[in-house]
Design a protein around this ligand. Structure first.
Ligand code: FAD
Length: 322
């Protein structure tokens, strides 16, 4: 049965985040013959971004522009999205399992009185059932879930569902909608950036993560250089964050960010279970540790036993030749 899906796209610094394109691909898998409607909310006109979503497979895009959505608040975005959902009556909603997705989706699901499957890493249509796969027990197992009634509402983990190839011959309507947003009870006055600029950690294809073995904030410099050469982002263990070598925004793990890059390089990280919870589903894991017994080697695809301060410069030198 063909369905109508709404994909709530996410932007950062005026650009669409990759997870928006991945969400379109997930929605297309759910309804290959149905309609996938992209939705972009914000304070700036987003018609150019709407066109981009079409190139990535959306059949139609609605943009909602309102001054009250200058910064993200669940209240402002929630009102805008609910108004579109009310008008469109979709069969399903897909959005990224990002900080915004995690904050917004339960509130929307509750307002829509529907179930929610969060953090899906795969979706398949089996007969007339839409089956979502999601990791449980900190990534040690996977469960398969279906929604039996109401809207199929799902958040998808970034970097797991492959986006469709961009195709500029795809066409579709991009329309704007006026939404009346009531006065907000919380207003973002200022956003102070603490994280480093550059590649977004949760969407990076390559992550170079440092642990307590890096020994100091200065010790992180070679990791930034390696990440730069590989076009990746720098992450960290909680051990490194607790020791004040880097900001908590870099923390990966059970109480930090969950990442699934193509390549994860763990540097001076022992591999505590709480760290593995945030990275064990990475496609290829390389561990650099001077202790051959370190637990991280048990999940690594490639291990280098050695002093990181010798190994990283050699890696950088070799990679620069490529
Ligand atoms: P360590 O365990 O101290 O390991 C340092 C490693 O560096 C060692 O293996 C050592 O051999 C190696 N090393 C030292 N010098 C060098 C060198 N020169 N060259 C190469 N290798 C070297 N941790 C997280 O990471 N993320 C979380 O989200 C998280 N959440 C937690 C939640 C709870 C409730 C609890 C209790 C803990 C949590 N932790 C989390 C902490 C976790 O248990 C570990 O303490 C932490 O991951 C250890 O960090 P580490 O591997 O950097 O440090």
């Amino acid at each position: 049965m063909s369905k109508k899906m709404i994909v709530i796209a996410e932007t950062k610094d005026g650009e669409l985040r990759n997870v928006s394109f991945e969400s379109i691909a997930a929605a297309k898998k759910i309804t290959p013959d149905g309609e996938v409607v992209g939705l972009i909310c914000g304070a700036e006109d987003a018609s150019n971004l709407g066109q981009e979503l079409i190139y990535y497979g959306a059949d139609r895009v609605i943009t909602v522009t309102n001054e009250k959505m200058k910064s993200y608040t669940s209240e402002g975005y929630g009102q805008a999205i609910l108004s579109v959902v009310e008008e469109e009556s979709p069969d399903g909603i897909v959005m990224g399992h990002t900080s915004i997705g995690k904050d917004l989706s339960p509130k929307l699901a509750s307002k829509l009185d529907t179930g929610l499957i969060s953090d899906a890493v795969d979706v398949e249509v089996i007969g007339d059932q839409i089956v979502f796969t999601r990791p449980i027990y900190s990534g040690k197992a996977f469960e398969k879930k279906i929604i039996t009634d109401g809207i199929t509402f799902v958040t998808i983990r970034p970097n797991n569902i492959t986006a469709l190839e961009k195709d500029e011959s795809r066409t579709g309507n991009v329309s704007s909608k006026d939404v009346d947003i009531k006065d907000l009870r919380t207003i973002v006055k200022e956003v102070v950036r603490k994280a480093s600029e550059g590649v977004d950690l949760s969407e990076a294809k390559v992550v170079v993560a440092g642990g307590r073995g890096v020994k100091s904030a200065d010790g992180f410099k070679p990791l930034y250089e390696l990440a730069d050469v590989l076009g990746g982002a720098v992450g960290a263990s909680r051990g490194a964050c607790d020791a004040d070598y880097c900001d908590y925004s870099l923390q990966i793990g059970q109480t930090g960010k969950v990442v699934t890059p193509d390549l994860y390089i763990a540097v001076g990280i022992s591999g505590a279970i709480q760290h593995l919870a945030g990275m064990s589903n990475s496609k290829v894991i390389v561990a650099i540790n001077k202790d051959p017994e370190a637990n991280i080697f048990n999940i690594a695809d490639y291990g280098i036993v050695g002093d990181l301060f010798e190994v990283i410069p050699m890696l950088i030198e070799e990679l620069k030749k490529v």
